[in-house]
Structure formats: C-alpha cells, structure tokens
Design a protein around this ligand. Structure first.
Ligand SMILES: C[S@@+](CC[C@H](N)C(=O)[O-])C[C@H]1O[C@@H](n2cnc3c(N)ncnc32)[C@H](O)[C@@H]1O
Length: 296
C-alpha cells in the first residue's frame, strides 16, 4: 500500500491562490463548532476568526488539503451539521457507548474535532484516541482547541493506518467505534479494501462494533483521477451507496465477518458546486456519502 506522500513543511509554501482555499473563515464557523471553541476551548468570541485562521494556515503549509482550504474541519464527521441529516441519533448512541467504557479511534483525525466534541459532551477522556499519518497535525489540534491539560498527548498516535505493525496494534480487537471523515476517498479501491480490513482487525470482534464517518461520493461510482498530485493522491475511487455496500460485503468475505451497512448520499451545498477541487468532481452528480457500518 502506498501511504500519502505529503510535502514537507520546509519545501516551498503551497499557494493560497487556488479555488479550494476559502478565505472567508467567519461564515464557515458552524454553530456547533463555535460552541465548542467558545465553551470547551474558551476562545474569546472576538478572537475566533484570527485564531482559526492562524491554525488553518499552519496546516495549509503542511499539506494543502481541500479539508483545510475549504474549512471542512470546522464540521464533524459523526454529527455532520453541514447536511440536512446531522445524525444526532448516531452521535448520541456513540456518546453513550463511550460513557459506558467503550473506546473510539478517529482515523485520519487531523485536528481531532470529533473526539474533542465527544469529550465536551461528557465522554471520558480515556475513551477517545486519534491517529493520523502526519503527527504534525496534533500540535495544531492542541493549538486550535487549547486542551493540552485535558487530552493527554499519547492519545494521538502518528501512524500509517495500513501498517499492521504500527503502534496502533495496541488497539487490535479492542475498539468499539472507529470514526473516519474524508479518508476513504483518498485511496483507490484496492487500498480502501485494505483500509476497511484494518478497521475489522482493530474493532472488537463482536456484534455492535462500528465504523462510521463520511467521504466524498458520486452518483456514478468509479475512479476519478486527481490533479492534486502534491499530496500523492491518485486514482481516487468515489463510491455510491451500492458500491460502498458491495465493498463491505467483499471485506466481510475476506475477514469472515458480516456487516450491516447504512449509507446515505447527500448533495453538497450548492455554493460548493462551482468550486472545482482536484479529484473531487463538484457538480450536480457529486455527493457526500455518510455511512455507519455495524458488525452483526
Ligand atoms: C482529507 S484529510 C481529513 C482530515 C479530518 N478527518 C477532517 O475531515 O477534518 C485526510 C487525513 O487522512 C490522513 N491520512 C492519509 N493517509 C493516511 C494513512 N495511511 N494513515 C493515517 N492517516 C492518513 C491525512 O494525513 C489527513 O489528515
């Protein structure tokens, strides 16, 4: 498997003069993120925009991901407030699992907004972990949420999720929930199968273990080559509901497990449609695919 080859910070700074760098921070602070930043992170309201801008621009220099440029990290992967179906019920049910002693790992967590929200809403700190290929994002997550004294640093693990010998092995068979936002679509189909199989190995081998999240989808499932070569992204496979379900059937066969797949595709916000993001065709056929996969 090929991990993403992201540019090193000492290389030339990525240009902000691209369609997927949105300078309008103010109107992209979703209400639930505003609440989190004001009341969990205690950022004064008048400093919010400057605070987010500073952290976002540091992350842009690490890798000019559309997630960073389009301020998509200001929404959550589980309770996705950008869409008409914010999945409050799923969010509450996961919160309940964590309050009962369950463990969540956010894969490709970048700033780790989903786990911060869980902690803010009452999940024990001991129940949440984040992992990302790039450990450089973790100090930025602490800078954004100002919670060094709340979440211990060893709850963020720099690792390639595909590497079966990585420090993530300590979670093998021990997780109740994996969340992952905007990660599946970074890979080709074969690598997505590998990713899902890694999830199966990490989750508790019992009914009720869950993988949840969202990623970019498309009405016509297939390979969409990307021009976003800087991040090593190529041949991204974008799913629709049918292809995503079929993929988990294949994963079930390969791992001797069975999974109930719920997925729903939503049209992206109309004002994003004209923003051409490399490898993520944005237009009338582009979708956000929300999913929750549960072991039977
Ligand atoms: C599009 S960003 C999404 C970030 C975050 N989940 C969000 O939506 O705000 C994809 C993230 O996946 C991480 N990533 C990519 N390949 C990975 C791998 N092989 N193992 C772990 N993380 C990976 C990247 O470093 C990046 O932070």
């Amino acid at each position: 498997m090929t991990a993403l080859q992201v540019p090193q910070p000492d290389k030339e700074r990525p240009s902000k003069d691209v369609a997927w760098y949105n300078p309008d921070v103010e109107s992209n602070i979703r209400p639930e993120m505003r609440d989190l930043l004001l009341n969990y992170s205690k950022i004064p309201a008048e400093d919010l925009v400057g605070h987010i801008t500073k952290v976002r621009d540091a992350a842009w220099d690490i890798c000019p991901y559309p997630t960073v440029g389009l301020l998509l990290f200001l929404d959550f992967g589980i309770k996705c407030t950008d869409l008409p179906e914010p999945r409050a019920q799923l969010h509450t049910s996961i919160l309940h699992t964590l309050m009962q002693g369950g463990k969540l790992l956010d894969v490709g967590c970048m700033f780790g907004q989903d786990l911060r929200k869980m902690v803010y809403e009452g999940a024990p700190v001991s129940s949440v972990y984040g992992t990302d290929l790039r450990g450089d994002y973790f100090p930025l997550g602490y800078a954004l949420f100002k919670d060094e004294t709340i979440i211990p640093q060893d709850h963020f693990i720099a690792a390639d999720i595909m590497d079966q010998a990585s420090p993530l092995c300590r979670f093998d068979g021990d997780l109740d929930v994996i969340s992952t936002k905007d990660v599946f679509h970074c890979f080709d189909y074969a690598t997505q199968i590998e990713l899902a199989m890694r999830f199966v190995a990490l989750l508790k081998p019992r009914p009720g273990s869950r993988a949840v999240g969202q990623h970019v989808g498309h009405i016509s499932a297939g390979v969409y080559p990307t021009a976003f070569k800087d991040a090593g992204l190529a041949n991204m496979f974008l799913h629709n509901d049918e292809s995503f379900t079929r993929m988990w059937e294949e994963v079930g066969k390969k791992t001797g497990s069975r999974w109930r797949v719920e997925s729903r595709m939503w049209k992206i916000k109309p004002h994003w449609e004209p923003v051409q993001v490399p490898g993520q065709p944005r237009g009338p056929d582009n979708r956000t695919l929300l999913f929750a996969v549960e072991r039977l």
